[in-house]
Design a protein around this ligand. Structure first.
Ligand code: COA
Length: 185
């Protein structure tokens, strides 16, 4: 069986265009090293409202350096409009034997581009890429009140597998339930 430990990143299958509900045309492609500073700027630009349901609370330069350090195993998909990053989806694998072929998913869309179908599109596109790279399963955790996220992930193919009570301490300083979602590819 093939698995992500034996495959390389950089597939051009994620290259493409996508029309938002408002008619804007977004291009998609894999993250490259040169995109790092733009990725930092993208996360700096996410408003508090966009980070309200975020697990974790922030993506600073140090965290992004770690997340972008293994582009062989991990998949990072960018959405761009006029050469500016407006959305990111990623799947992070693990070198641990018992997590072989199992990835963790995350996605963020710029607030001016939300609810236009982009999160759903990025979810579908990156899951296709994960499938072709040999991933077996992808999981995510989402705050139970994050209706837009849950809807986008379900439309992308994830199913709710469980609920963890009060698993997330939010920026509002209260606890929130978190749903576990997953997909077998
Ligand atoms: C979660 C997120 C990635 C989803 O991306 P998106 O581009 O907004 O999602 P989509 O437009 O593809 O899908 C959202 C769906 O939820 C629906 N929706 C949004 N808010 C809703 C609400 N309050 N009630 C019901 N449906 C709602 C939208 O109408 C849309 O459904 P539709 O396409 O059937 O009309 C994006 O909203 C985001 O980045 N949010 C902030 C960061 C975040 O929470 N990330 C996840 C961290 S774990």
């Amino acid at each position: 069986m093939s698995h992500p430990n034996s495959l390389v990143a950089g597939s051009d299958k994620m290259n493409g265009e996508f029309e938002l509900k408002n008619g804007a045309v977004i291009s998609t492609r894999a993250f490259k090293r040169d995109d790092f500073e733009s990725l930092v700027v993208f996360f700096e630009g996410l408003h508090g409202e966009s980070m309200r349901f975020s697990i974790p609370h922030y993506y600073d330069r140090a965290r992004l350096e770690t997340l972008t350090s293994d582009l062989e195993r991990n998949i990072i998909l960018l959405a761009l409009h006029d050469d500016r990053i407006v959305g990111v989806a990623a799947i992070f694998g693990s070198s641990l034997l018992w997590l072989r072929g199992i990835g963790d998913f995350m996605t963020y869309v710029d607030q001016d581009y939300q609810n236009q179908g982009l999160g759903t599109h990025l979810t579908r596109l990156i899951l296709e890429e994960a499938r072709s790279k040999g991933y077996h399963r992808v999981s995510l955790e989402v705050v139970a009140e994050n209706v837009a996220g849950i809807k986008a992930y379900e439309k992308g193919g994830f199913v709710v597998e469980g609920r963890m009570k009060d698993w997330h301490f939010g920026e509002d300083e209260s606890y929130h339930d978190v749903l576990i979602m997953g997909i077998i590819l």
